[in-house]
Design a protein around this ligand. Structure first.
Ligand code: DI6
Ligand code: FE
Length: 409
């Protein structure tokens, strides 16, 4: 079994209840694909034959986790960006047949290879900043074959790039044009055919639904989540993004791993998230791009000790953003989160939002050796700077991704 010893490191372990879990002058041992030991330099002895990496007091964090993305799609929506700048709203563009549906048309028309080729640079960009785990949603196919095509592309990104991908079925993302005026019929198709088929092919790790005035009602969302639970699948939901539809409380009551967006979440409903052990996934990129004014109820989330995760929401409409470091900065500047909350939001709490906190999201003995070496000496620098990428090297499950060259002693 291969052994790698990181010495003279500053570790942001993210292992306590809050803060960074910072340990200076520390060492960490990886054996095989797992972290097997960590402690102080004074306690550390290198096992015979181990690769030794002198970190020169650089910061090590767990691999970053982007727990909410729509990176697999075709085309772009730059024209809509221009329309919004001229005053059209996101909801108006969607109501006029643009928005998500325009990406659906482009995605349906793309072959699986084209979809893969278009998605690849977006994923490369995310992982260049230390992302080791990525959630990818379907939701731009909106029929059986095209949803399955998207999920297969997500799986191919995992196998070809060696990253960890969680595939989330989001068939109930928007109403496809051929079901205009028949949204209940579409939801029946989602529940009776699309989801069971995708699941039977082993393509679904979780199920999501968009509950919003421009998407599906609370009752329709509930039906999709109930079907998912019957199939034994974990659930999550896009809720309270543009209005308060009560979706977060409903999804939390169904044991949702996460409820995402939440700008319009009422303070009364925050307690339900705590009761349901759902993670609040905040998406400051969409808030920024849509120039939203309504802030998520951060104080209430903190008071109720709801774990808060952050994600890119990378998508062609409301968040054409491919940088978790920028998202961390936005969470601090726009939502007044602390840099420690931001780092926890893209590591341990993001792992929780994916139901994977048992084995990723922190630097702890027994967890997967997903480790980023940063060219910084203190963790706040990750949130503070904009447009810098201090990611120096990435280890995923004990394997080097970006070469550790120059770091090795
Ligand atoms: N909310 C979002 O932020 C994305 N989907 C959703 O339900 C946006 C998707 C898009 O505009 O293409
Ligand atoms: Fe989204």
């Amino acid at each position: 079994m291969s052994q790698t010893l990181f010495t003279n490191a500053t570790l942001a372990c993210i292992d306590g209840d809050n803060g960074y879990g910072l340990r200076t002058d520390s060492a960490l041992l990886v054996e095989g694909d797992k972290i097997s030991w960590l402690g102080t330099m004074a306690e550390c002895t290198a096992p015979v034959g181990a690769e030794v990496i002198d970190c020169e007091q650089r910061l090590l964090t767990p691999g970053l986790i982007d727990c909410h993305t729509h990176v697999v799609y075709a085309g772009d929506r730059a024209a809509e960006f221009e329309q919004r700048l001229e005053g059209a709203s996101y909801a108006e563009i969607a109501a006029a047949g643009g928005g998500i549906v325009s990406t659906v048309n482009a995605t349906r028309n793309a072959s699986a290879d084209e979809l893969f080729a278009q998605s690849l640079p977006r994923v490369h960009q995310l992982i260049s900043e230390g992302v080791t785990t990525l959630e990818i949603k379907s939701g731009y196919g909106l029929d059986c074959d095209n949803e399955i095509k998207m999920l297969r592309v997500a799986g191919r990104l995992q196998s070809e790039l060696g990253i960890r991908v969680q595939k989330t079925f989001l068939g109930a993302h928007a109403l496809p044009p051929e079901f205009d005026g028949r949204s209940d019929d579409y939801i029946a198709l989602v529940c009776d055919e699309m989801l069971p088929r995708a699941h039977a092919e082993g393509l679904v790790d979780a199920v999501d639904v968009f509950i919003e005035s421009i998407a599906f009602t609370l009752q329709q969302g509930e039906r999709v989540l109930a079907c998912a639970r019957q199939l034994g699948l974990p659930v999550k939901a896009h809720v309270e993004q543009l209005s308060d539809m009560g979706g977060a409380a409903m999804a939390a009551a169904r044991g949702a791993l996460s409820v995402d967006h939440l700008e319009y979440l009422s303070e009364q409903d925050v307690g339900q998230l705590a009761d349901g052990h759902s993670v609040a996934v905040l998406l400051p990129g969409a808030f920024y791009v849509l120039r939203e004014q309504q802030l998520p109820p951060l104080a209430a989330l903190r008071d109720s000790r709801v774990p808060i995760a952050l994600a890119s929401d990378a998508n062609p409409g409301s968040s054409p953003i491919h940088s978790l470091l920028l998202i961390m900065n936005m969470a601090c500047t726009l939502f007044r989160m602390t840099p420690a909350e931001a780092l926890r939001g893209v590591t341990l709490n993001a792992a929780r939002a994916l139901g994977k906190a048992q084995y990723i999201g922190s630097l702890e003995v027994g967890k997967q050796a997903d480790i980023v070496i940063w060219d910084v000496d203190q963790p706040a620098l990750l949130s503070y700077r904009i447009g810098m990428n201090p990611c120096r090297a990435v280890m995923q499950s004990g394997q080097w991704r970006v070469s550790g060259q120059g770091v090795a002693a």
